[in-house]
Design a protein around this ligand. Structure first.
Ligand code: FES
Length: 161
């Protein structure tokens, strides 16, 4: 079944733009994800053919790097910092709270597509740890109550029709 989100003209432009780029696979994957929000599986054969790679090699790179997605992104992305400063200020307990509240582990996405969890290793807010990034905005000096409120805010939004 064809992937309706695969925009072939866009894909061809990306492939053509990087035709002579050494180590083009990562820039191509980044460009596709920037435009589409993820790397559709239907793009893999085209990418593999353009770079003279096997489809397994392309899929291996997509799955190796957690920042690449092969499914559409959730409406919200929450990245809880797990580096040293945040760890020492309770990040692991906050991660456990997220697992309990959402029933998700790191890299998980809620079944309704509302929220994805991604670990991150330092947001540059160490002096105000523990910290997280929600949809690109940093929230620091987290408490369990603030984290719960942020997550509930994401989950309670009206879903688009
Ligand atoms: S260690 Fe978490 S923001 Fe730096």
């Amino acid at each position: 079944m064809p992937d309706e989100t695969l925009d072939l003209p866009v894909l061809q432009r990306v492939l053509e733009h990087h035709r002579n780029t050494p180590g083009a696979l990562l820039p191509i994957l980044h460009a596709i994800q920037a435009g589409t929000g993820y790397v559709p599986d239907a793009a893999v054969p085209e990418i593999a053919h353009a770079l003279n790679l096997s489809q397994a090699e392309v899929r291996g790179v997509i799955s190796f790097y957690h920042d690449f997605r092969s499914t559409p992104p959730a409406r919200h992305t929450l990245r809880l910092c797990r580096a040293e400063s945040c760890q020492s200020r309770g990040a692991e307990a906050l991660a456990a709270q997220l697992r309990e509240q959402l029933g998700l582990d790191d890299h998980g996405t809620s079944a309704d597509g509302a929220l994805s969890l991604r670990p991150v290793y330092c947001l540059g807010a160490c002096a105000c740890s523990p910290a997280l990034e929600l949809d690109g905005q940093v929230h620091a000096r987290l408490t369990p109550e603030r984290l719960r409120a942020l997550v509930e805010g994401c989950l309670q939004e009206v879903k688009p029709c």
